[in-house]
Design a protein around this ligand. Sequence first.
Ligand code: 5GP
Length: 130
Amino acid sequence: MASIFSRIIAGEIPCYKVAEDEHNFAFLDINPVAKGHVLCIPKHEVDYLFDLSDEEYASLMLFVKRVAEALKKTLPCVKVGEAVLGLEVPHAHVHLVPINKESDMNFFKEKLSLPAEEMQQIAEGIAKNF
Ligand code: 5GP
C-alpha cells in the first residue's frame, strides 16, 4: 500500500505544498514543532533515507537546500535546522525547521496547531521564494 506521503504527492490527501521538482516534493508538517516546519521527500517511495540511490539522495539534498533558502527568506531566522527521524512515516523525509535557539527544534515538546489560513499563507510564501 502507498505511504501516506505517496498519497499526498498523488493529490489523494491534501497538504500545504511548498515546492516540487521532477524527483522531490515539499509540504508543511501538519503538526509543526515551529512555524514553517517543512518536510522534503523523494517521490520514489523508500522507507530509509540511506536506501536511496546516490543520485536520488544527491537530488533530494540539493532540493532540501533550495527549500531551506526559500524558507529562510520567508520566515527570517538564525538558521534552518535539518533533521531526519523517520520512525513514524515509512517514507524517507527531511525535516526543515526555522530556528533561533536549540529548543525550537525539540521534537518532544507539544506541537503547534496553526489556523488553516496561516498554514496556507506560510506555504504560499515559501512557494513564492522557491
Ligand atoms: P517522523 O517519521 O520523522 O518521526 O515524523 C513524521 C512527521 O510527519 C511528523 O512530524 C508528522 O507530524 C508528519 N506527518 C504525519 N502524517 C502527516 C500528514 O498526513 N500530513 C502532513 N503534512 N504531515 C504528516
